[in-house]
Design a protein around this ligand. Structure first.
Ligand code: CA
Ligand code: CA
Ligand code: CA
Length: 399
């Protein structure tokens, strides 16, 4: 019996065809190999097996067709089989011509593969480029590629202040009691150690880690950190372990810059930190700090930014800025001060990231969130940050 979708016509002897065959006026079976186009087989007296791509012609014997076959010009006798029915005339209607020609096991049959292909079709160098080139407006995960053609997946914020923001990193404190221990990737995972002035060196190298979906549950850094040429940054402070779909509602603070300050610092933080290394003993507090850039709030304001840090800390910073590479009293650097511009030198209480050596009370100030818990974990007293700030990851975007 013919298989569903076959359209045997005027056959006299069965022949098995594979997808794509176009048997025509054959007289005897022949073994064909892929790509063959027998055209003068009328005189053959031996059976033929057909394989994909063959186009046997002028067959006189019955043929079993499979999806995609287009038997033509078989015997001269009028067909007793109506198109779309089996040889008996009672079979199921044939599928449409379009369906018949769909390659078996093709990607069109696989929704997941099709979704993947659709995503890769919109690959770009940044979320900003995705927005401008393809008019993409939905927040979510997209594929980006680097100057060297490395493909990676990144979260795009297509909503904030016109969109086009690429998430390139998150700083997450997995254990404030662990002082430069496992998980302190943005400072040192190798203990407080004067012999490691840069700690793990994450701010100035091309090591990548984590994943966008886990950006609130672990540290994250993608190739965009060093590959994308950007002008501004956006920062979201999002509660630990928030699901990506809830990042906006689970954020305690969101803001961005609009001054294009990165343009004068190499186009991204990888380049900026070459100018301002996150390394012990490269300068003096306040004298040698990096840029302090005013921010525009997307959620929150300067007053509640200040209140996320301890009362002592509030006496030595101005909220409403993001500041890069500051240096404390003991010459220990921090990579960035989220939401504030320091005027004092106890930056370890309100700035994040760093090198591998924090001398004051060593090792108590060493870690991704440095000394956020100096006056008790999450107490928001003395020098301690609030519990909200202590237990939120810092997500940083480029545009
Ligand atoms: Ca830690
Ligand atoms: Ca960490
Ligand atoms: Ca101090």
């Amino acid at each position: 019996m013919p298989l569903a979708g076959l359209r045997p016509q005027q056959q006299q002897q069965p022949i098995y065809h594979q997808a794509g065959l176009r048997p025509q006026r054959q007289q005897q079976p022949i073994h064909h190999q892929a790509g063959l186009r027998p055209q003068q087989e009328q005189q053959q007296q031996q059976p033929i097996h057909h394989q994909a791509g063959l186009r046997p012609q002028r067959q006189q014997q019955p043929i079993h067709h499979q999806a995609g076959l287009r038997p033509q010009r078989r015997s001269s006798s009028p067909s007793t089989i109506r198109p779309g029915l089996g040889p008996s005339g009672r079979g199921p209607p044939a599928t449409s011509a379009a369906e018949i020609h769909t390659p078996p096991l093709g990607l069109h049959d696989n929704l997941e593969a099709q979704k993947l292909l659709d995503k890769v079709r919109h690959v770009a160098r940044s979320c900003k480029e995705l927005k401008e080139k393809y008019n993409i407006h939905n927040d979510g995960l997209y594929y980006l590629t680097t100057t060297r053609g490395i493909l990676y997946e990144a979260f795009c914020d297509m909503s904030t202040a016109g969109g086009g923001w690429t998430l390139v990193l998150s700083v997450h404190e997995n254990n404030l009691y662990g002082k430069c221990t496992l998980g302190d990737r943005w400072s040192s995972q190798q203990g407080n150690n004067p012999n490691l002035p840069e700690g793990d060196g994450t701010w100035s190298n091309k090591v990548t880690f984590g994943s966008p979906e886990a950006a609130t549950s672990d540290d994250y850094k993608n190739s965009g950190y060093f590959d994308i040429t950007a002008k501004d940054v956006s920062v979201w402070h999002v509660r630990n372990n928030a699901e990506m779909k809830d990042w906006t509602s689970m954020s305690i603070l969101r803001y961005h810059t609009e001054t294009s300050f990165l343009t004068s610092h190499g186009g991204n933080l990888y380049q900026l930190f070459k100018q301002y290394p996150v390394r012990f003993n490269v300068g003096v507090c306040n004298t040698n700090k990096g840029p302090a850039v005013p921010i525009v709030y997307d959620f929150g304001n300067a007053v509640n930014t200040a209140n996320l840090y301890g009362p002592y800390s509030r006496n030595e910073f101005t909220p409403g800025f993001i500041t890069f590479r500051v240096i404390n009293n003991e010459k220990a650097p921090s990579a960035l001060c989220s939401g504030v511009s320091p005027t004092g030198c106890n930056t370890e209480h309100y700035c994040v990231g760093g090198g591998g050596n924090f001398p004051e009370g060593a090792p108590l100030q060493c870690g991704d969130f440095a000394a956020f818990g100096w006056s008790g974990y999450g107490t928001n007293q003395g020098w301690s940050a609030s519990l909200d700030m202590t237990e939120s990851a810092l997500l940083l975007f480029y545009r």
